[in-house]
Ligand binder design. Structure first.
Ligand SMILES: NC(=O)c1ccc[n+]([C@@H]2O[C@H](COP(=O)([O-])OP(=O)(O)OC[C@H]3O[C@@H](n4cnc5c(N)ncnc54)[C@H](OP(=O)(O)O)[C@@H]3O)[C@@H](O)[C@H]2O)c1
Length: 239
C-alpha cells in the first residue's frame, strides 16, 4: 500500500459523514469508513472512492454497545493506523426530562459522546506527530433549548472534551470541533423545512455539506489551531 495519510470517519456512509469522507479522499487520504446500519450505502461509497484511487476499508460497530468500539479498533490492520479521526456519528431525536426512563440520555451519551471519548483515547495511544481529531458538534451547544435535551447535553459534553483533550494531547495531536447549524433536513423533512427555520438566523438561508467539508479541510491544514470550535451555522449561535 502507498503511504497516504489515513482518516477514520465515524458514521461515514450517509449525509454529512459521506461528504466528509469524499472530501478527505479528494484531499488524498485513504479512508477507514465506519458504519452501523448503512451496510449497502457504505459499500457503494467504498466502491466510488476506490474507483477514484483511494484505499478504503469499511468497519462496522454499534456505538450504543461500548465493547464494540474497542473491538472495532482491535480489528484495524496494523498498517491502517489513522492520522485523522473524525467523530461524526450521532443519534438525533427529541428527548429529555419528560421521558420516563434514562434510556434516551444513555443512548445519546453512548453514541454522541462516549464513542468519541473512547476513540480519542485509542487514537492517542498510537498517534504519530501531526495527527488530528475533529469532533462534529452542533450549534445547539450554545443554547438552552427546551427540546432535544439529551442530544444537546451529549454535544455540550463533547464540546468540553474537545477543549480539554486539545490541552492534553498537544503537541502531537490537534483537536478541534465543527458546530453545524441548518445543513441537511432531518429524515422525513424536505429542504423547505430548513429554509423556513433559516428565516430566523442572520444569514437567512440554510448551508450545505461543502460548508462543513471546507471547514474540516481548513482545520486539518492550519497547524496552529487547536481547541477551537468553529460554528458553521449562518450565525445561528448568536440567537
Ligand atoms: N444534519 C445537520 O444539519 C446537522 C446539524 C447540526 C449538527 N449535525 C451533526 O453532524 C453530524 C452528522 O449529521 P447527519 O445529519 O449527517 O447525521 P445522520 O444522518 O443522523 O447520520 C448519523 C450517522 O451516525 C451513525 N450512527 C447512528 N447511530 C449509531 C450507532 N448506534 N452506532 C454507530 N453509529 C451510529 C449512522 O450510521 P449508519 O447510517 O451506518 O447507521 C450515521 O452514519 C452529527 O454529529 C450531527 O449531530 C448535523
Amino acid at each position: 500500500m502507498e503511504s497516504n495519510k489515513i482518516a477514520l470517519v465515524t458514521g461515514a456512509a450517509v449525509r454529512i459523514g459521506r461528504a466528509i469522507s469524499r472530501s478527505l479522499a479528494e484531499a488524498g487520504y485513504d479512508l477507514l469508513l465506519h458504519y452501523h446500519s448503512s451496510a449497502s450505502a457504505v459499500e457503494t461509497l467504498a466502491e466510488e472512492l476506490n474507483s477514484h484511487g483511494s484505499h478504503v476499508k469499511t468497519i462496522r460497530a454499534d456505538f450504543s454497545r461500548p465493547g464494540q468500539i474497542r473491538e472495532m479498533w482491535q480489528r484495524l490492520p496494523e498498517e491502517w493506523t489513522p492520522q485523522v479521526l473524525v467523530n461524526n456519528a450521532s443519534v438525533f431525536y427529541d428527548s429529555g426530562l419528560e421521558d420516563s426512563g434514562m434510556q434516551d440520555l444513555e443512548l445519546n451519551m453512548q453514541v454522541n459522546f462516549r464513542s468519541a471519548y473512547l476513540l480519542t483515547k485509542l487514537f492517542a495511544e498510537q498517534a504519530a506527530d501531526d495527527s488530528n481529531i475533529i469532533n462534529i458538534l452542533d450549534t445547539r451547544i450554545n443554547r438552552y433549548d427546551t427540546q432535544f435535551i439529551d442530544y444537546a447535553l451529549s454535544k455540550k459534553l463533547l464540546t468540553e472534551f474537545t477543549r480539554v483533550s486539545a490541552r492534553i494531547l498537544g503537541p502531537k495531536i490537534r483537536v478541534n470541533g465543527i458546530a453545524p447549524g441548518l445543513i441537511l433536513p432531518p429524515p422525513g423533512h424536505t429542504i423547505s423545512y430548513l429554509q423556513q427555520k433559516a428565516q430566523k438566523i442572520p444569514l437567512q438561508r440554510a448551508g450545505d455539506v461543502q460548508n462543513i467539508t471546507k471547514t474540516l479541510l481548513f482545520l486539518l491544514e492550519n497547524n496552529f489551531i487547536t481547541g477551537q470550535i468553529i460554528f458553521v451555522d449562518g450565525g445561528e449561535h448568536l440567537l
